[in-house]
Design a protein. Structure first.
Length: 263
């Protein structure tokens, strides 16, 4: 299956990126899709959000990237059926300095993927949770990915930030990964009582057209509570509005097989 490796990316923090990785992957798993989450953020929030430790664990993405362990050695099961994880560690934050002399470091993850197609082929989707920055780790994810999902917070300055991100994506396409495309833009933290949320929604759809998912993720306290229990919200409280929105997104995600070019 093509286009199965998908980075969820935004250089801004607090836009619902990790929440989207965890809950979209879990929703797809519940719907019968075999999924793998790769936590490429040194903060390790996707790791803890799926009930795993991001400290004192040898099985992590850092040890994979430095070739201390192989891909099959770092994959862990989670409490969600059909969902597996490669956890993060704070050691990732030093990778950029440690690989400064490596001219091919942007291709580190892509090479690992290319060498392990037999393992990756058992998954319907692989999601990469990127750090909230345009750092080496983000570039590594972009080079290794087929597609991108971009969470866009429905608040002031959101569209300005995404313009910068699209320019970065275009540079990576031109120089490092010409096959990269944007699968969709997801509006998050939507508050129907807030006039600004509606204005950002309208402006995003006018600007990015069909790239914007029909599903909108609302502000919901249960989405914030679930990670402290080590569970995706779609497991923690599957009936809340946040969970229902992510199930809707998963169904829309599956129905939209064709990605949209970032250009």
């Amino acid at each position: 299956m093509k286009n199965k490796i998908i980075s969820v990316i935004n250089q801004k923090g607090g836009v619902g990126k990790t929440t989207t990785v965890v809950n979209l992957a879990a929703s797809l798993s519940i719907l019968g899709q075999k999924t793998l989450v790769i936590d490429l953020d040194p903060q390790g929030n996707a790791t803890t959000g799926l009930g795993k430790s991001n400290t004192n664990n040898e099985k992590n993405i850092y040890n994979l990237l430095i070739r201390k362990l192989n891909l099959n050695e770092v994959i862990e099961s989670t409490s969600v059926q059909n969902l597996e994880l490669i956890s993060s560690t704070v050691n990732l934050s030093g990778l950029e300095v440690e690989t400064a002399t490596n001219e091919d470091r942007a291709f580190t993850l892509k090479k690992i993927f290319d060498e392990n197609k037999n393992i990756l082929n058992k998954y319907d989707y692989v999601f990469i949770d990127c750090p909230p920055s345009l750092s080496l780790l983000t570039v590594i994810a972009l080079v290794g990915s087929d597609e991108l999902v971009v969470p866009l917070q429905t608040e002031f300055f959101a569209l300005e930030g995404i313009t910068q991100l699209i320019k970065t994506i275009d540079r990576v396409k031109e120089n490092l990964n010409p096959q990269l495309s944007v699968r969709g833009i997801l509006l998050t933290m939507f508050d129907k009582r807030n006039k600004l949320s509606g204005e950002v929604d309208t402006e995003a759809r006018n600007h990015f057209k069909s790239k914007v998912y029909n599903t909108v993720i609302p502000r919901n306290v249960r989405l914030s509570e679930a990670p402290s229990h080590g569970l995706p919200c779609v497991i923690y409280d599957k009936t809340c509005v946040g969970s229902k929105a992510y199930f809707d997104l998963a169904n829309e995600f599956l129905s939209n097989k064709e990605s949209v070019s970032a250009a």
